[in-house]
Design a protein around this ligand. Structure first.
Ligand SMILES: [Zn+2]
Ligand SMILES: [Zn+2]
Length: 294
């Protein structure tokens, strides 16, 4: 499994779009891995987890086309994870020639001038609501070449060769956010953002798998949290990984990464990465390529 990290920031991005605090100023000055846009990853060129506007733009920056994406898994419809209006760009004008073959007509008038495969979108009923209320999407779903599948935590499904398990997360009202376990070709990924931990029932599902790679949020960084909080901090993220290890869910070569990091609670990458390296925890960065092997 191949992973391209399209973003690792929390909602405000890193630096915060309007912010000049110490961490935000540091990120602007030193750039590189200190710059984080909203969190998303692409798997094997054909599956996206989350689709914030910034991830679509980052793909081009790293020379990657999203045209082969056949599955989009949405965690939740907060704008830092899903920009429904951007589906508008999937409209390419289709007609049939005299032999019944698809052809493109009127290229100039459409946002996309080359054919796209159907994209299967999976998300909760809240994602459905976001799509239905996206004011730019005035055409039919066929014209944007996607199909929407409503799912909920606890559901397991197969899509384009991936086994997917949706997990009820703790972020927003009940049922609002799901996280995902992805399995293909004998390797597995746990994508765990956004969430403030999991219920005992979800933990049972999590503990029933072994992970070659874990992407885990640590939004609240160094600040203390009380209650469920809807996010994790560094302390809770470390405890979560420790629990995975204790339950036999990790292997010697499992790759562990933190993501969804906020400038106001988390030091910039230059400072955070060395702090966590000695603990065997990686800090993901925008544009990172990861090879996940058995
Ligand atoms: Zn978020
Ligand atoms: Zn969120």
């Amino acid at each position: 499994m191949k992973l391209l990290v399209l973003g690792t920031g929390a909602g405000e991005s890193y630096p915060g779009l309007w912010c000049t605090c110490e961490n935000c100023s540091y990120a602007r000055t030193y750039g590189g891995k200190n710059i984080r846009s909203n969190s998303a990853v692409m798997i094997n060129d054909d599956l996206l987890i989350d689709m914030p506007a910034s991830a679509l733009q980052n793909a081009a920056r790293w020379g990657v086309s999203l045209a082969q994406v056949k599955t989009l898994l949405v965690t939740h419809p907060h704008t830092d994870h899903f920009s429904a209006n951007h589906l508008w760009n999937r409209n390419w004008p289709k007609a049939f020639d005299q032999h019944g073959r698809e052809e493109i007509v009127g290229k100039q008038s459409a946002p996309c001038a080359s054919p796209l495969p159907m994209m299967e979108i999976y998300g909760t009923r809240f994602v459905r609501y976001a799509i239905e209320n996206a004011e730019d999407l005035t055409l039919s779903t066929e014209e944007y070449h996607y199909r929407f599948h409503e799912i909920a935590g606890g559901v397991r499904f197969e899509t384009n060769g991936y086994q997917v398990t949706a997990l009820d997360a703790r972020h927003g009202e009940p049922g609002f956010t799901v996280n995902y376990i992805l399995e293909k070709d004998g390797v597995s990924l746990l994508y765990a953002t956004d969430t403030g931990g999991y219920s005992a029932e979800v933990w049972r599902e999590i503990a029933a798998h072994r992970y070659h790679c874990v992407f885990l949020e640590a939004t609240a960084g160094a600040i203390p949290l009380t209650g469920i909080a809807g996010h994790m901090n560094l302390e809770r993220a470390e405890a979560f990984l420790g629990q995975l290890k204790a339950q036999g869910c990790l292997m010697e070569n499992s790759q562990l990464y933190l993501t969804h990091l906020s400038p106001h609670w988390t030091p910039p990458h230059d400072k955070l990465a060395p702090m966590l390296e000695q603990k065997g925890i990686g800090v993901a960065y925008d544009g990172q390529s990861i090879e996940i092997t058995d």
